[in-house]
Design a protein around this ligand. Structure first.
Ligand SMILES: O=C(O)CCC(=O)C(=O)O
Ligand SMILES: [Fe+2]
Length: 384
């Protein structure tokens, strides 16, 4: 019997040309600052090459183990996200600060004090750095629903609306290409069944849990202000969430308190994602994995960069809100972890709310080098 071949007309896979209805309007480019030519005292954090994930997973597990027990930070390369897509996020990020009027920013303020939530704008001069000097950081956070592909575009500032789907798409790509494999490597470090951390993050059945995808701009402090804060623009802190993904960018400014107690800069590595763990994960491991102290510092950076505004693209990953921050039921954690809370064990959501409301705003126990905050018996440091 003869077989009939039917040929279908070919389907365009995407719109072509600038006039296509779904194409966002052209954006001014983020002028990527040149990498520094000067030496700075770089932090020797390790690199995890995810292109080896299928063939050499055990090697990567060992790298992550060393990195998270020693430094709390590592680079991820070989993740498969193209450089153009990464750099496009900086174009969009710049738009969030330069193309939105103050009036509109005020309409989209994050309910930081009211609800302990960073979704929206945090404007400059909200947090105290030291000696009465206020910060010069502005950030805009998308507070996407984790389990929904859609986000109400209209609730964002007008200039950002055409790019919301791209921001969402990039965050999803970070989850699938970086976070998923990283969480699985950390499961192995902690002797937890594969998928444990991913499931805690995905929060099955919890419709209201959210992730924060942030664009951040550091504007230079005045000379007098910088003198008062020793150049610190973001006080030394541990992150509130479980895992943080920072898109590497060329302006030195992120410093990590390394195991020898010296603050060192994280060097730019093109196309890489800098991963660190936050309180929620560190607490659940009884401190075995380090929620490492880090800060934004700009006084001793390479002098060819000192005048630059520094733009950041960050993804803060939380555990599902109902997750208790008690110890993981793993032998490794039971044997080597410490009990972290003396009284009530908070959930991930309670932790985020308390810390968001107090960060940079509450009065802590004052110290020369750092102030101390105590939450349910757990001690947190805020370095100047
Ligand atoms: O600016 C950076 O690179 C890091 C920022 C940071 O640590 C934070 O926002 O929690
Ligand atoms: Fe941080």
């Amino acid at each position: 019997m003869a077989t009939a071949t039917i040929s279908l007309p070919s389907q365009p896979t995407s719109f072509q040309g600038a006039t296509a209805p779904c194409e966002p309007p052209p954006l001014p480019k983020w002028e990527k600052p040149p990498d520094t030519k000067e030496y700075a005292d770089w932090a020797d954090i390790l690199t995890v090459n995810l292109s080896l994930y299928s063939s050499h997973k055990e090697v990567l597990v060992e790298t992550v183990r060393t990195a998270l027990q020693r430094d709390g930070f590592f680079y991820v390369v070989g993740h498969g996200i193209p450089l153009e897509k990464i750099e496009r996020q900086f174009d969009i990020a710049k738009q969030a600060f330069d193309a939105v009027s103050l009036e509109e920013k005020l309409k989209h303020l994050a309910p930081i004090v009211e609800k302990g939530c960073y979704g929206g704008y945090k404007l400059v001069k909200m947090w105290e750095l030291n000696h009465g000097v206020k910060d010069s950081i502005e950030h805009y956070d998308f507070n996407f629903l984790r389990d929904s592909a859609s986000d109400a575009v209209a609730r964002h500032p007008k200039a950002l609306r055409p790019y919301v789907p791209e921001a969402r798409g990039f965050m999803d790509e970070l989850r699938q290409s970086v976070l998923r494999r990283i969480t699985s490597l950390i499961d192995a470090v902690l002797d937890l069944p594969e998928g444990t951390l991913w499931d805690l993050h995905e929060g099955k059945g919890l419709k209201s849990t959210r992730d924060l995808f942030r664009y951040q701009m550091y504007n230079p402090l005045s000379k007098e202000e910088a003198k008062m804060t020793n150049g610190v623009m973001l006080n030394g802190h541990t992150d509130i969430g479980a895992i943080t993904l920072l898109v590497s960018q060329p302006v030195a400014g992120l410093q990590v308190l390394m195991p020898d107690d010296v603050w060192r800069y994280v060097k730019y590595k093109e196309g890489s994602i800098v991963v660190n763990i936050g309180d929620q994960l560190s607490l659940k491991t009884g401190g075995i994995l380090k929620g490492t102290m880090h800060r934004g510092e700009f006084i001793s950076p390479p002098s060819d960069q000192v005048h630059l505004r520094r733009l950041g693209v960050f993804y803060f990953v939380d555990f599902a809100g109902h997750t208790p921050l008690d110890l993981f039921p793993s032998e490794t954690v039971r044997e080597r972890g410490r009990i972290m809370f003396q009284d009530h064990v908070p959930t991930a959501e309670e932790w985020r709310v308390i810390r968001t409301q107090s960060y940079g705003l509450a009065k802590f126990i004052k110290g020369e080098e750092y102030d101390v905050e105590i939450i349910n018996g757990a001690e947190l440091r805020h370095y100047h």
